[in-house]
Design a protein around this ligand. Structure first.
Ligand SMILES: Nc1ncnc2c1ncn2[C@@H]1O[C@H](COP(=O)(O)OP(=O)(O)OP(=O)(O)O)[C@@H](O)[C@H]1O
Ligand SMILES: [Mg+2]
Length: 318
């Protein structure tokens, strides 16, 4: 059973004024998240990430299509207890302290009094707010509120954690803490589905990623697969003892040749003519220093997807 199964989800919003076109937030979205994985839901502003998450939580109804969580339809009350959720703009009761706020949610989730106290202490430590635990939330910075929101999502030890932009508003240290926290959730066997537009965070921790643009999933898969199949991999060769630019075989096969002191950097568009170039370097008496295949980045893929998928990428869409 998948942790999340979304099939053909569409969501249209009626226009605010008669005569204006309706907004299509989701246009036939299908994706699945396996149990125990970290899935990054990556997309630019307005792509439809929050709308998808709201539908999953039963906070919004889709126009058509279906969504299941842990084998039950989205919005199922029993399943809701097994899910933790960090909304995009959480509403906080300003006059509560961090400790009171989390205790409140702990009681709402049905935890008993003794258990709530222990859990709140544990979570405040986990999100780095132990020292601020008796301060009122109205005094909190954006990043501190984000941390309280995360602690709230985890209070009842859910098996599926859904986070809308969990790294938003956090400094680099906070982002690393959230990444580590997400990884530790996976180590405990939990499933994490989170939306973001921060590419490096996805690259670092996700088992799989889906790229959402204008309500459609344009690509999904393991980060490594998306990155290596989506592009020609260039190869960088560093050699010494020759002026590579003057060797016709090298010049013809490369996209760039740069001199760096005694060394030359030769960039090939792909591995196809690698052997030929290596032979040319040796034939001129050059010494090989290194050969490094360059992996494309998710960032390149992301920008490419927004410009419109290539046929190859469209085929690999989920
Ligand atoms: N309640 C609503 N009424 C009308 N349109 C809406 C509503 N909620 C969302 N939309 C529209 O749906 C589209 C997707 O919005 P959504 O909030 O899901 O984007 P997002 O991917 O979460 O973006 P961001 O990265 O900015 O949070 C946008 O065009 C947005 O204007
Ligand atoms: Mg959003």
């Amino acid at each position: 059973m998948d942790a999340i199964l979304i099939e053909g989800l569409t969501k249209k919003f009626r226009p605010g004024w008669p005569g204006l076109p309706s907004v299509i937030a989701l246009a036939g979205l299908s994706l699945s998240v396996r149990q125990g994985e970290i899935y990054g839901f990556l997309g630019p502003n307005g792509a439809g990430k929050t709308v998808t998450l709201k539908i999953l939580l039963g906070l919004m109804r889709p126009t058509s299509g279906s969504a299941e969580l842990l084998g039950k339809p989205a919005g199922d009350v029993e399943v809701r207890r097994r899910i933790g959720f960090l909304p995009e703009s959480p509403y906080f009761y300003d006059y509560l302290t961090a400790e009171e706020f989390l205790s409140f949610y702990g009681h709402l989730a049905g935890l008993d009094r003794a258990h709530v106290g222990r859990r709140v202490t544990q979570l405040l430590d986990l999100v780095g707010l132990t020292e601020a635990r008796t301060r009122q939330l109205r005094e909190f910075s954006k990043g501190m509120l984000q941390r309280v929101g995360l602690a709230q999502a985890l209070i009842h030890d859910p098996e599926l954690v859904i986070l809308d932009e969990p790294m938003s508003g956090l400094d680099p240290i906070g982002r690393k803490q959230v990444r580590d926290l997400i990884l530790s959730l996976r180590d405990q066997g939990k499933t994490v589905f989170f939306s973001t537009h921060i590419i490096p965070d996805v690259e670092m921790i996700c088992d799989r990623v889906g790229i959402l643009v204008k309500g459609k999933l344009l690509a999904t898969g393991r980060v490594d697969d998306l990155v290596s199949h989506g592009h020609t991999q260039s190869v960088e060769i560093v050699c010494e003892g020759i002026d590579a630019e003057t060797v016709p075989d090298i010049r013809d096969a490369s996209t760039r040749v740069l001199r760096q002191g005694r060394q030359c950097l030769v960039v090939l568009p792909g591995p196809k003519r690698l052997e030929e170039v290596l032979a040319a370097i040796r034939a001129c008496g050059g010494t090989l220093v290194s050969v490094t295949p360059q992996k494309g980045s998710l960032e390149e893929l992301f920008f490419k997807q927004q410009a419109g998928p290539t046929n190859e990428q469209a085929e690999r869409k989920a």
